[in-house]
Design a protein around this ligand. Structure first.
Ligand SMILES: [Zn+2]
Length: 460
């Protein structure tokens, strides 16, 4: 937190948040943004052939440019001559090796186009698999396209850019030492109330509940883990928001866990709409009314490296290609997440690739003594109604530790049920130790991780 901001009285901090909101609005909602949003709202419903044509056009231009300007891609093969757009894309990508995070980290300067001045780029950082920061360069246009995908989804569910909103994301807006409400700040320009995700103790959450009821909003946006805590507080106080007051709760930045969705929908009286993206801005998927994550095909191409397959779906690590970052293109990037792609078109009618689930980060798997990788263990907690939150830690193949933040109703029987559900998925060979705690600590960036394994397979 900026030391000057920290020293300001609350009114001053609200004014600072309002100023930042005004600046964000001005830089985010540009003419380019609105033109992109308008075009993408028309292209989203297909037909699929025109989406493939659009992808081919963008990919072809990017390949040509990368061969000419980007040192890392100097020797990349030229774009396929195949007549069919989909086939040309497939053939072109098949000729390009994938890039993992370690390679990107070691050569990141070689990914910058030579004719691009870094002065016009926005530099962001993302985390590598070893926890080291990876620098990422983004063009303003790329960022605008990312928001176009977000706003296409929000508008489809009835939220508009000028609507009032509540936010529970990672911004540090309330000094950590503050012990009394308000644990939120106001961006009056954007009609936004920003709740701190760093103050959510059970003692403080009553104040959050009051403020949510006091503040009219049309939609909510934020981290699923934080929204889940607030939703639980709304439910525990017997004061959920009336159904239909909000048009939706838009989650992003973390895996949306099954038990979190359930509580959030009940607490906020509105459906949850998830968005999957990454700091690198090379991938974007938005959930539809059927809760499938649709690839925003104007923005990216997503391949799945098949590890498991049935008649209905294919699952494996994602390999993504961003279509717009001509300043620092990334082709076939191993983003470090695993996804389950549906083989059948989505019943909602939107054409193109859709995912049943993003299963989380590759390192978020538990490895059993017999070497199985078990993902998505959060499903275990979906039916455990006596648990507020839980986290699985794994240091060695022989054992896991489950940290449980219990609700008042938690008993020996709850623990037995939990163990049975875990055994069902992990088998009898692994040691399981349950540890009760008051709250699950967040990562440095305020995010929650359901599973932290030191030995889960790391792809990069
Ligand atoms: Zn759909």
């Amino acid at each position: 937190m900026n030391p000057i901001y920290r020293m300001l009285p609350i009114l001053g901090q609200n004014l600072a948040c309002t100023g930042a909101g005004w600046y964000r609005h001005r830089t985010r909602f540009t003419r380019f943004f609105f033109e992109t949003l308008d075009a993408w709202e028309r292209s989203v419903n297909g037909p699929l052939e025109s989406l493939h044509d659009l992808q081919r056009g963008r990919l072809r231009a990017l390949v040509a440019r990368a061969r000419e300007q980007v040192p890392f891609y100097r020797d990349m093969p030229a774009f396929s001559e195949a007549d069919d757009a989909h086939e040309a894309i497939r053939e072109t990508l098949a000729g390009i090796s994938s890039v993992d995070k370690a390679t990107y980290r070691d050569h990141h300067r070689d990914f910058l186009a030579r004719d691009t001045s870094t002065a016009r780029l926005v530099r962001a950082n993302t985390s590598g698999t070893t926890g080291t920061a990876l620098p990422v360069w983004l063009t303003p246009e790329r960022i605008a396209e990312g928001y176009a995908a977000v706003w296409r989804q929000r508008r489809a569910f009835g939220a508009q850019i000028d609507d009032p909103l509540l936010t529970c994301a990672g911004q540090m807006i309330v000094p950590l030492g503050q012990r009394r409400p308000p644990f939120w700040r106001k961006n009056w320009y954007g009609r936004q109330t920003l709740f701190s995700v760093y103050h959510m103790s059970s003692a403080h959450l009553a104040a959050y509940v009051d403020e949510i009821h006091r503040t009219p909003a049309r939609y909510v946006q934020g981290y699923p883990s934080a929204l889940h805590l607030v939703a639980r507080a709304l439910l525990d106080a017997g004061r959920p928001l009336p159904a239909g007051q909000l048009c939706g709760v838009f989650t992003s930045s973390e895996s949306l866990l099954a038990y979190q969705r359930e509580a959030i929908e009940a607490g906020f009286g509105a459906p949850v709409h998830d968005h999957y993206a990454a700091t690198e801005l090379v991938v974007s998927m938005t959930a539809c009314s059927q809760n499938r994550l649709h690839v925003d095909m104007e923005f990216c191409i997503v391949e799945v490296e098949t590890e498991e397959e049935t008649e209905d779906w294919v699952r494996g690590p994602l390999i993504v290609t961003g279509l717009g970052n001509d300043a620092a293109p990334l082709f076939r990037y191993r983003i470090g997440d695993v996804g389950t792609r549906a083989k059948q078109p989505c019943p909602c009618g939107r054409p193109g690739d859709s995912f049943l689930e993003i299963d989380g980060r590759i390192e978020d798997y538990v490895v059993t003594p017999d070497g199985r990788m078990v993902g998505r263990l959060d499903h275990v907690f979906k039916s455990q109604h006596d648990i507020a939150e839980a986290q699985i830690l794994q240091e060695t193949k022989d054992a896991i530790q489950v940290c449980v933040a219990p609700l008042a109703s938690y008993s020996a029987a709850s623990q037995k049920r939990l163990l049975a559900a875990l055994r069902e998925r992990l088998g009898d060979d692994i040691r399981i130790e349950v540890r009760l705690c008051d709250a699950i600590p967040r990562e440095q960036n305020g995010k929650f991780r359901a599973v932290k394994s030191r030995i889960g397979k790391v792809s990069a």
